[in-house]
Design a protein around this ligand. Structure first.
Ligand code: DLZ
Length: 144
């Protein structure tokens, strides 16, 4: 059961890297928040250049106050160097740290895939949309 979100306020921090994927994640998250009662004026979208900046973006969103949950959305696609692993680990650790130390929940919507097709499958393709899941999780955690 999903609580009603009509009195909740959200910040979505979304990465511009792989914007075809992150745009679809964002659309899913916003639609699902609104389907569950959230008002458009209470959903604030902030953009950062890449997934590594999601940590800073989420932290600043928390410090700005007056919100119930933050959702981060990003897509990291494996390349030929270990860069992928460093970014994924850094973001995961950074967001985990925010969740352990800050007062409001940060929902982890980072797709970490081997190729673009796997990402497309997860942002509105055959495996659903991670943005939808993150929206539901944000509402539940805002109520927690
Ligand atoms: C540099 C980089 C690379 C190679 N790949 C991705 C990616 O697949 N997804 C993503 O969100 N960001 C990528 N970035 C950018 C880094 O996240 C970050 O923006 C830069 O290293 C600057 O801090």
């Amino acid at each position: 059961e999903v609580p009603n979100a009509s009195k909740m306020c959200f910040v979505i921090v979304v990465s511009e890297w792989n914007s075809e994927v992150t745009g679809a994640l964002l659309e899913g998250a916003v639609n699902t928040l609104m389907k569950n009662g959230a008002l458009e004026e209470n959903i604030h979208v902030k953009r950062v250049p890449g997934s590594f900046e999601l940590i800073y973006g989420a932290h600043q969103a928390i410090l700005s106050g007056g919100i119930d949950a933050v959702i981060i959305l990003g897509s990291v696609i494996r390349g030929e160097t270990p860069h992928f692993d460093y970014i994924c680990q850094g973001v995961t650790y950074g967001i985990a740290r925010l969740n352990a130390t800050q007062e409001i929940p940060v929902i982890y919507g980072l797709l970490t895939t081997n190729d673009l097709q796997q990402a497309k499958d997860r942002c509105g393709g055959k495996l659903g949309n991670k943005g939808d899941e993150c929206a539901i999780d944000a509402i539940k955690m805002a109520k927690f």
